[in-house]
Design a protein around this ligand. Structure first.
Ligand SMILES: *Cc1c(COP(=O)(O)O)cnc(C)c1O
Length: 402
């Protein structure tokens, strides 16, 4: 349920913008992140995986709390630098790093490059050598797991992230004189809602990494455990308290004699601060199914189609009916993929009502497919210290189509 004051602001915004939009509550975000930072052991360094949401006002807020940023493309690097993040607070992950991009990362003097292939290591060494510097690197490792569960990061599936242990062990690191390997990076399990399950994954990870480091003659100063902390999309009682994560990490640090643990939070950092609002354009019954068609769909928020997991949804306005019924909610695109979920909503919900989707702060707009069918791009609205601002107004296809 939305807070009454927020509902009032949102109703005003629907009149003012009159097209689908995102709303980020940066006061809520700041409280949440401050809680994390205040309950974190000194040996843990947090980064923010900015692919979750690269909006500049979010990056600036994160910067001000002393959290670093993980970038995975030149575009993200440009955005993060433009948002005033210090180079020493930037790391770079990602399977696609060309020689030129690696050069750019070094020229920006970022803290550390997470190396994901032998070419990346070669090019990092070559470019650092040309520049007469020593580049700091983590080696990204893709472990094999007994569990056959799936994950957005691959889980036990073979993916393009990093190299297996055998691949790294086949190298002689002394040949890469201009690279200082400061540790390892492992991240294969996403959106996990249990601190004890995460601890189990990390425990196994740390044991395997220590073994690998020993075999390679590396003394790891850093183990980066990636992200993967989930937020509830269905059941609100499944919520991770960062204090439990911190306690688990402190236990693991002691057990595996680790110096520093790094993580890049994505969804857990920003997911709960965001809403997506879209107006109901049409309602009909087709072959026994109640259908609502919205102004926006996967052109604004694709995650439901990509992961088969809906964002929670409610009606913005008070409806007269106190009874709910099942609605299949579709977007405007001419493809059956454009479906945001099946929801219990008041029986009299109809065209003109606005639907509010919650938990949309992460993997929202920038993960969507905005150009298909030339609809409007959504606006992005922020609330900070009580003020409402619209850093990005809607764009129509005339703004981008040739
Ligand atoms: C996306 C990503 C994250 C964040 O993932 P969440 O599931 O949002 O926590 C962390 N690390 C890397 C390398 C990533 O690519």
């Amino acid at each position: 349920m939305l807070d009454k004051n927020i509902t009032k602001e949102l109703k005003k915004l629907t009149k003012r913008i009159d097209s689908s939009f995102y709303f980020y509550d940066l006061d809520k975000l700041e409280d949440h992140l401050r809680y994390i930072v205040e309950n974190k052991d000194e040996s843990i360094k947090l980064y923010y995986a900015c692919k979750a949401n690269p909006l500049s006002s979010i990056l600036k807020l994160i910067r001000n709390l002393g959290i670093g940023i993980d970038v995975a493309s030149k575009g993200e690097l440009t955005q993060v630098v433009a948002s005033g993040v210090k180079s020493s607070d930037i790391i770079s992950t990602g399977p696609s790093k060309s020689r030129g991009y690696i050069r750019t990362l070094l020229e920006h003097e970022i803290n550390c490059v997470v190396v994901e292939s032998i070419y990346q290591l070669k090019w990092l060494n070559e470019q650092a050598s040309e520049m007469g510097i020593k580049a700091r690197a983590l080696l990204r490792v893709q472990l094999e797991w007994d569990s056959k569960e799936k994950s957005v990061l691959g889980g036990d599936d073979i993916t393009a992230f990093g190299l297996d242990e055998k691949g790294w062990k086949s190298l002689d690191l002394s040949e890469y004189e201009n690279v200082e390997v400061i540790g390892y990076h492992v991240f294969q399990w996403g959106n996990i809602l249990s601190a004890s399950k995460l601890e189990e994954i990390w425990d196994h990870t740390c044991a395997r990494i220590n073994k690998l480091a020993q075999d390679m003659g590396v003394r790891p100063q850093v183990i980066d455990l990636g992200g993967g902390l989930g937020i509830p999309y269905q059941n609100e009682s499944e919520r991770i308290d960062f204090k439990d994560i911190n306690a688990a990490l402190v236990r693991l640090k002691k057990k595996h004699k680790l110096e520093k643990i790094w993580m890049e939070l994505g969804r857990y950092a920003v997911g709960e601060c965001g809403l997506y609002l879209s107006q109901v354009i049409d309602r009909k019954n087709v072959r026994g199914q109640e259908i609502l068609v919205l102004d926006g769909g996967i052109n604004h928020i694709a995650r439901a189609a990509l992961t088969n997991q809906a964002f929670p949804c409610e009606v913005l306005e008070e409806c007269e009916s106190k009874q709910n019924q099942e609605f299949h909610v579709h977007g405007p695109l001419c493809t059956s993929l454009d479906k945001l979920g099946v929801f219990d909503l008041p029986k009299d919900c109809d065209y003109g009502n606005w639907l509010v989707f919650t938990q949309c702060g992460a993997y929202g707009f920038t993960e969507s497919m905005p150009f298909f069918l030339c609809h409007n791009l959504p606006a992005e609205v922020v609330k900070y210290k009580g003020d409402i601002m619209i850093p990005r107004t809607i764009k129509t296809s005339a703004d981008w189509i040739e």
